[in-house]
Design a protein around this ligand. Structure first.
Ligand code: PHE
Length: 330
């Protein structure tokens, strides 16, 4: 009896315990064999014999039940442990953030000019008429003001329509020579496939003594810059007009999609317009009180660069906040 109880207690897993159960309580088990002995027990002793057997059986059964509870609990514990998930562990599937393509493009542009020792300047997004227009040779009622649909505040303030006011602010605050860029957010009342009311520009301005800054300098630096941005492209300067530069040019690169053959994106011209630039108009220098200086300036739209570099067809998708767009730039 002790020996049998011992077997139960020593079973170290449910499987072993099951074997012990068959051995003890099975059809051909120890208990069955004991009960089979009943028929050989003489009549008067039968009752006592049976009572003894039943008592032993009950004791074994409760020992078994107790052991079963313990082993079952162990088993559950073991399974739970093996399936445990440590939510605090670092996952290799964790999503990393990414720079927005507009900011990434902006950084790439800034890197180029910083390497050439240009200072990075900034100015307010809420501007006044003087810095955004007047000082840039855009007097009131000048027809060129219509080129830029402006958001006005009731008090006459406005959201800057370009980064050019930073030229004015920098010239008013410092003395030449100046070599600066001004990356920033600008606003215009425009909304279609290639225009959003908020977008980004990078402005450039170089000012030095009269005769030291030429259109040739401008041409060479912008050509190199555009090849840094777009690879091996042709660059051409087309005469244009800006109130704050004279002469002015718009700059095209050979179409990076058809390599100049002509396609839908370049409107079958083989060229993509990417920049505005020119020699700083004397009236701008007059407005900031600069004498005997020469300079060049340029301005570009960062979204346009990003769209071309990443072949993004609809500008608006850059600002819809759809994470699936950003995931493509991780
Ligand atoms: N400010 C002009 C624009 O927003 C771009 C420009 C800047 C052109 C500097 C010439 C010189 O379109």
């Amino acid at each position: 009896m002790k020996e049998l109880e011992e077997k139960i207690v020593q079973a170290d897993c449910l499987e072993t315990l099951e074997k012990v159960r068959v051995e003890l309580f099975g059809k051909k088990g120890v208990m069955a064999a004991e009960f089979a002995k009943m028929k050989d027990v003489p009549g008067p002793e039968k009752k006592a014999f049976a009572e003894g057997l039943n008592k032993n059986k009950a004791a074994l059964q409760s020992a078994f039940d107790a052991r079963f509870e313990v082993l079952k609990a162990d088993e559950i514990e073991r399974v739970l442990k093996s399936e445990e998930i440590d939510v605090s562990l670092y996952s290799t599937l964790a999503k990393k953030g990414a720079l927005h393509p507009v900011m990434e493009t902006m950084d790439k542009i800034i890197d180029y000019f910083v390497a050439l020792n240009f200072a990075v300047e900034s100015g307010p997004m809420v501007e006044d008429d003087f810095h955004n227009f007047e000082a840039l040779n855009l007097p009131k009622y000048h027809p060129a003001r219509d080129m830029q649909d402006t958001f006005y505040f009731k008090d006459g303030g406005l959201l800057r329509t370009h980064t050019s006011p930073v030229q004015i602010r920098t010239m008013l605050e410092t003395k030449p020579p100046i070599r600066m860029i001004a990356p920033g957010t600008v606003f215009r009342r425009d909304f279609d496939v290639t225009h959003t009311p908020m977008f980004h520009q990078v402005e450039g301005l170089v000012v030095d003594e009269k005769g030291k800054v030429s259109f040739a300098n401008l041409k060479s630096i912008l050509t190199d810059f555009l090849q840094y941005m777009f690879g091996d492209v042709d660059v051409r300067f087309r005469p244009s007009f800006f109130p704050f530069t004279e002469p002015s040019a718009e700059v095209d690169i050979s179409c990076i999609f058809c390599e100049g053959e002509g396609c839908r994106i370049c409107s079958h011209t083989g060229w993509l317009e990417v920049l505005g630039c020119g020699i700083v108009d004397p009236n701008v220098f007059k407005a900031v009180g600069y004498d005997d200086v020469s300079g060049y300036a340029f301005g570009l739209g960062v979204e346009r660069f990003a769209m071309l570099m990443h072949q993004i067809p609809d500008l608006r998708s850059l600002f819809e906040g759809d994470i699936r767009l950003l995931e493509q730039f991780r």
